[in-house]
Ligand binder design. Sequence first.
Ligand SMILES: Cc1cc2nc3c(=O)[nH]c(=O)nc-3n(C[C@H](O)[C@H](O)[C@H](O)COP(=O)(O)OP(=O)(O)OC[C@H]3O[C@@H](n4cnc5c(N)ncnc54)[C@H](O)[C@@H]3O)c2cc1C
Length: 444
Amino acid sequence: MNRQDRGDRVIMRRPRIVIVGAGFAGYSAARKLSRLARGAADIVLLNPTDYFLYLPLLPEVATGVLEPRRISVSLPATLPGVRLVLGEATGIELDRKWVAYADPEGGSGELGYDRLVLAAGSVNKLLPIPGVAEHAHGFRGIPEALYLRDHVTRQIELADSADDPAQRQARCTFVVVGAGYTGTEVAAHGALFTDDLVERHPGLRDQPVRWLLLDLADRVLPDLDERLSTTASRVLRQRGVDVRTGTSVREATPDGVHLSDGTHVPTRTLVWCVGVRPDPLVADLGLATNHGRLVVDEYLTVPGHPDVYACGDAAAVPDLTRPGEITAMTAQHATRQGRLAARNIAASYNQGVRRTYRHHDLGFVVDLGGPQAAADPLGVPLGGPLAKAVTAGYHLLAMPGNRVRTAADWLLNAVLPRHTVQLGLVRAPAVPLDTATPELPRTP
Ligand SMILES: Cc1cc2nc3c(=O)[nH]c(=O)nc-3n(C[C@H](O)[C@H](O)[C@H](O)COP(=O)(O)OP(=O)(O)OC[C@H]3O[C@@H](n4cnc5c(N)ncnc54)[C@H](O)[C@@H]3O)c2cc1C
């Protein structure tokens, strides 16, 4: 409790803990804190949306396997004891201990804090390649996934009605840049998606549909175990995906892309999955960063600011299992770091002892669509339906809500044809690549 003297009255105020961002790190911190505090603290969660987004299943939303609400878990419904403030942090005054924010309807406000958790995550990474900012689309939020789902559907529909063979071919060509888990999953799911779409368009029976997956690295999934890479490459090859390693985009135009191997690929679709960079909020703080991520110590506190904690993609957390390195940007790390930030905040109020962050990877799962996946739980490499079962089970366990609905969608999808209409609600200008808020569509 904080003590405030007002004349001869002494008012005891509950400490206020403000968490910025309700992704893997912020959500886990809020949940853990609400359990530890049991009403003794005012826990405030500031986030632009009222849901936690389970990002690993975003490729399934983009390819019509899951509806977007399945992977959007309600914050008010699943975080009792936590107050949601709908808005986006626009500035932080560390000396005055204030967070300024803008709400979704143009209003603004300020939140004072006793402890602050910065968990604003990351946004699409940009590279200075001509035309990319104008013609590519990222893959970081629901608006981009909905855009891609509609866009791909529309390309197939327009190709069917086009008389010009060159235009048909361009519309039936899809280029994904970045063969990390996001790009690999988008291309693998995407190829199955367009197979289903083309089946419903007899006019395209003899029309080749191409998916290209590009990466400068010499293999797909370059950051994961080589055995996962081999499994994923085999599945992509079987689906006809043209994987080009050691290759990137030199220039993007409205009609296609010029590649670094000298070829020109006519296309109307360029999906940018080259990675992410920390949320711009971090850079604006004027504090030390490492690879753009906010420097924290092994207790997740910001040096010189013992009341400020940072975790997840936004934070450069020392990896005590690999001295000299920082932890990777993964959901696994973000979730565990969020929980530890909560524990260490409780310890700062004499509840428990603060601990350092130390976590060994427990393996990775990559869903490749249909009955295929690549996984290495506890270091054991798996492929095919067994990996798929492990992957689905892992996601259902890791999701903080909507599990039954998600599993039901998967079951229905296994026996019913894919739903393939485009609603056209999210258009290209609403999802620019260069945005600090991929979770919200841009309004004119
Ligand atoms: C398509 C995709 C698939 C992925 N698949 C996997 C996977 O299979 N396995 C894995 O381990 N990792 C995966 N990742 C990476 C993983 O999702 C991230 O490492 C993880 O989300 C990081 O958690 P976080 O809490 O730091 O950030 P996020 O989960 O991104 O959450 C950040 C939150 O902060 C909010 N926010 C941003 N700016 C502000 C602001 N100014 N004010 C208030 N709130 C703000 C955002 O709206 C968001 O809710 C994937 C990522 C993507 C994009």
